[in-house]
Design a protein around this ligand. Structure first.
Ligand SMILES: [Zn+2]
Length: 83
């Protein structure tokens, strides 16, 4: 029989963080990933004009928009997520 507990113990070495810190780190990671993808090109295109997409609708990753169309169709970019 294998001791599976040794594995789960390793997964809990990360010190507890304040909720605020966790959110900030998550945000930083997300931004870094978005920037990296932007640099490499997301490969997604705007569903309106076909240009390279920079945003997608929150919860609808297939509804992608370039910055210009996003601004025209959504007055508030809060409804969108950066790709
Ligand atoms: Zn567009």
């Amino acid at each position: 029989m294998k001791d599976e507990q040794a594995v789960s113990e390793d997964a809990v070495v990360v010190p507890e963080l304040e909720e605020e810190d966790r959110e900030r780190i998550k945000e930083e990671v997300r931004e870094a990933a978005a920037e990296a993808e932007e640099a490499a090109g997301s490969g997604k295109t705007c569903i309106v004009c076909g240009k390279e997409a920079a945003y997608c609708m929150r919860g609808l990753p297939n509804n992608t928009y370039c910055k210009q169309c996003a601004k025209e169709h959504f007055k508030f970019l809060n409804y969108l997520e950066r790709l």
